[in-house]
Design a protein around this ligand. Structure first.
Ligand SMILES: Nc1ncnc2c1ncn2[C@@H]1O[C@H](COP(=O)(O)OP(=O)(O)OP(=O)(O)O)[C@@H](O)[C@H]1O
Length: 247
């Protein structure tokens, strides 16, 4: 479904991503790991169009999407759930998700039209899928950190993504919130069939959730494979145990 080859991005003289390579098959859960500053977030921004690569290829469903606008990439079924919560804090949980659903349908909010009725139904469905239906009327800015991150995922689901990319989905969550988020990600993948690509520093979560792992160090892909393959990889052990890692 997604194939990244030889992706490179520099900021002035600094090479943040020098050679990123990644494949994600339909239906998979794939994790990108690497020490702080390895280039994981930059890679996700390059895939989702928030940054333009200097060179390299990003093939999504057979088409090269490298350098397309985020909007056009999103329309092809690829959504990003952010590391930093970016909901509209004064809007309710329901309204935040409905905006995303209406945006996908290219509708503005004209109440009582059939399109809005359908968007309302879809919004309720998403909220119940992620377990936020009972908080639909809550003002988003008053949610706990864990619920805000789940809302972020719900907003991304408003785009009906085939591939959902999540940047540190459980960062800052309590152990209980992390367990719930893990179950949610498994449900999105298992029940709704959404392909998942995420990066995360919580190695327990990575090895529990991911079917395959890609490892970055200093902007470069140094390994890619099953959890066992990656665990046994010498370069990976060096990256994490050689004084550069944070896991
Ligand atoms: N807009 C930018 N301008 C200059 N340097 C940047 C910019 N964005 C990222 N960088 C640098 O690129 C490198 C990679 O950053 P990136 O955020 O992609 O790493 P990361 O692997 O996601 O790190 P973390 O795990 O800490 O989130 C870092 O050294 C960072 O400071």
């Amino acid at each position: 479904m997604l194939s990244v080859q030889g992706l490179r991005k520099s900021f002035g003289p600094f090479l943040a991503v020098s050679d990123a390579n990644l494949t994600v098959a339909k239906g998979e859960v794939v994790a990108v790991i690497g020490p702080n500053g390895a280039g994981k977030t930059t890679l996700f921004k390059l895939i989702t169009g928030q940054l333009k690569p200097d060179r390299g290829q990003v093939m999504f469903k057979g088409e090269d999407i490298a350098g397309l606008s985020p909007h056009r990439i999103c329309r092809r079924g690829l959504s990003l759930s952010y590391q930093v919560v970016s909901v509209f804090p004064r809007m309710s949980v329901f309204e935040n998700v409905r905006v995303a659903v209406l945006a996908r349908k290219r509708q503005v909010l004209r109440l009582f039209t059939p399109a809005v009725r359908l968007a309302n139904e879809e919004t309720w469905e998403i909220l119940s899928n992620v377990g936020l239906a009972d908080k639909a009327e809550v003002i988003s800015g008053t949610l706990s950190h864990g619920d805000s991150k789940v809302l972020e995922m719900a907003i991304a689901l408003g785009n009906r993504p085939e591939l959902l990319i999540m940047d540190e989905p459980t960062a800052g969550m309590s152990p209980e919130e992390t367990r719930a988020a893990k179950a949610l990600i498994q449900r999105l993948n298992g029940e709704l069939g959404i392909t998942i690509l995420f990066c995360e520093h919580d190695m327990e979560l990575v090895f529990n959730l991911a079917q395959r792992i890609m490892v970055m160090r200093q902007g470069e892909t140094i390994a890619q494979g099953t959890c066992d393959e990656v665990r046994c990889d010498e370069k990976v052990q060096q990256a994490y145990l050689g004084g550069q890692g944070d896991a």
